[in-house]
Design a protein around this ligand. Structure first.
Ligand SMILES: Cc1cc2nc3c(=O)[nH]c(=O)nc-3n(C[C@H](O)[C@H](O)[C@H](O)COP(=O)(O)OP(=O)(O)OC[C@H]3O[C@@H](n4cnc5c(N)ncnc54)[C@H](O)[C@@H]3O)c2cc1C
Length: 501
């Protein structure tokens, strides 16, 4: 794309959920000095999916990139800070019934060494406790309900994400986008015209209006109206190793004090999230309809929340888990649920939305509409999807629950990618070719880094059945007592999260 289009380049974004508005704001912000006009179309009759209340730290990058301050958006969206996720009940190994997956911190340079050494020794058969919670500052902050923001004079920083009301976030982003020059149309598109090469040309509305554009962004949610229905890009289901396809959702009162972590609790046929917002707690049970029907899932969630007799209505949703084979096809880019969805266990959907938009903008700027550009781009996003999926699948594969067929089938599932098999083999079989080398060999450290894999495996108490032979003998054992004191001392620089920013 060049800066000197003789006439404006029109981009039509179809869909006004979080994905659509994020795409609109990114493009408007980064291409504001180019001759580009952005229109976002949404149908109030169709509405948004209206779930998705947790993020990874990359959402902070989005707000920083587009210059939206926390003090502006967080109170509007009842948002709280998030330092990580706690996993309760996924493992039945004694001492490992619960663990935390914290977001990174600058202090992790010390913690990672300790966890690495303790895991190494434990896998080699030494009687040592490598539970990950004891190593990381952000796990300690979560336990204390502390915010990730430290005192001004404390020299280390933490990555953090957020919990937020997704409906309010969409509303807030729409106001920002329109304020910054994005045109907003409300209406339902029922047909799309294409030229003889298959490129999309115009959107036809139910009220007989039409809208021409040079480029289209499909943010229509699970329907994939442009990418799947019109351009017929095939959808690759992940159901062979991610069994969950349904969710039931209901809010409860806000907790006190406000937590700074998501809790993910394993239930009979899936898991339940518990997300603290300033005005309520978001809850949902993600389950597989092959093992459990909607009524049973709702009853189990209500029991967990102690509200079997409450009048609060539960909302039931279906999830289409998988991805399209191409995200950028012809002159159309799919972003958000239209491009695919990995179930929300690690709250990665908006992270993928961001990567999808930013990578596209880089590629588009570099060369526009060439097949080579599109192919390269689609491969990058495919790798990201598969990399994230493997980490989620690993949770299910290494679970040690035996109470239901759902958990047993997950633990016995042989439908694993070569990449995941390589990682599992490196962990259970290889102090010579260890997991750090395997991550480096596969070049997958940017999806989930070494710490995340070690935390996952050690958090489940997942170690080789037979001690591994070769040990790199490190003469100095990481001093756990000293490290604990260090973490406690650092934590004095943090305080509990307030209900108001
Ligand atoms: C159970 C569940 C839990 C989740 N948890 C998380 C989480 O914790 N963290 C996370 O990051 N993500 C999570 N997600 C994913 C997250 O909800 C979505 O990624 C996010 O909301 C973006 O959705 P979207 O914008 O792609 O689609 P939607 O919100 O569904 O928006 C679709 C838009 O397209 C419009 N539209 C569709 N068809 C037409 C048409 N023909 N004409 C005009 N307009 C049309 C609709 O009106 C709507 O505006 C979760 C998803 C589910 C299902």
């Amino acid at each position: 794309m060049s800066n000197d289009h003789p006439k404006p380049f029109h981009i039509a974004i179809l869909g006004g959920g979080t994905a659509g508005w994020m795409a609109a704001i990114y493009m408007q912000h980064k291409w504001q000095d180019k001759n580009i006009h952005i229109t976002l179309i949404e149908s109030p009759d169709i509405g948004i999916v209206g779930v998705g209340e947790g993020s990874t730290p990359s959402l902070k990058n989005f707000f920083d990139d587009v210059e939206i301050a926390e003090r502006d958006w967080m109170p509007r969206c009842n948002a709280t800070y998030k330092v990580g996720i706690r996993f309760d009940g996924w493992s039945s190994e004694p001492g490992f019934e619960s663990y935390r997956h914290p977001f990174p911190s600058q202090l992790d340079v010390y913690s990672s060494n300790g966890l690495g050494q303790y895991c190494h020794l434990r896998r080699a058969g030494f009687d040592i406790n490598p539970h990950p919670d004891q190593f990381f500052i952000q796990s300690h902050l979560a336990e204390k309900n502390f915010s990730p923001l430290s005192a001004d004079n404390f020299p280390f920083t933490n990555s953090y994400g957020y919990h937020f009301d997704s409906g309010l976030l969409g509303q807030y982003l729409s106001e920002v986008a329109v304020d910054r020059g994005v045109t907003h149309i409300q209406g339902e598109v029922f047909e799309v015209t294409q030229n003889k090469n298959g490129h999309l040309e115009s959107l036809l509305f139910k009220n007989n209006d039409s809208l021409y554009a040079d480029f289209f962004v499909d943010c229509t949610g699970f329907s994939g109206f442009l990418i799947q229905k019109k351009l017929a890009v095939p959808f690759k289901s992940f159901s062979d190793n991610l069994f969950n396809d349904s969710a039931v959702v209901m809010p409860t009162a806000a907790g006190e004090p406000l937590r700074t972590e998501t809790i993910s609790t394993a239930l009979s046929h899936g898991w339940a999230w518990d997300i603290p917002l300033t005005n309520r707690t978001g809850n949902g049970y993600v389950y597989s309809s092959n093992y459990c029907d909607a009524d049973a899932a709702e009853t189990e969630l209500r029991k967990k929340l102690n509200c079997l007799d409450s009048d609060t209505e539960a909302r039931h949703l279906k999830m289409k888990v998988g991805r399209v084979e191409k995200y950028w096809s012809h002159n159309c880019l799919a972003v958000g649920l239209s491009q695919g969805f990995i179930e929300p266990l690690e709250a990665t959907a908006l992270h993928i939305v961001q990567v999808t938009i930013l990578e596209f903008m880089l590629n588009f700027e570099a060369g526009g509409f060439t097949d080579k550009n599109r192919d390269k781009y689609n491969q990058i996003i495919n790798n990201r999807f598969e990399g994230v999926r493997d980490y989620i699948v690993a949770h299910y594969r290494i679970n040690s629950r035996t109470d239901t067929a759902y958990w047993r089938d997950n633990a016995n599932n042989q439908s694993l990618s070569d990449s995941l098999i390589g990682l599992l083999n490196a962990w259970t079989g290889g102090l010579k070719h260890d997991i750090d080398q395997e991550i480096a060999r596969q070049n997958i450290g940017s999806y989930f880094p070494l710490d995340s894999w070690r935390i996952l495996f050690s958090g489940y108490g997942f170690f080789p059945k037979q001690p591994l032979k070769a040990v790199n003998s490190d003469p100095s054992l990481f001093d756990m007592a000293k490290h604990r004191d260090f973490i406690r001392g650092c934590a004095l620089n943090y305080k509990q999260q307030a209900h108001q920013l």
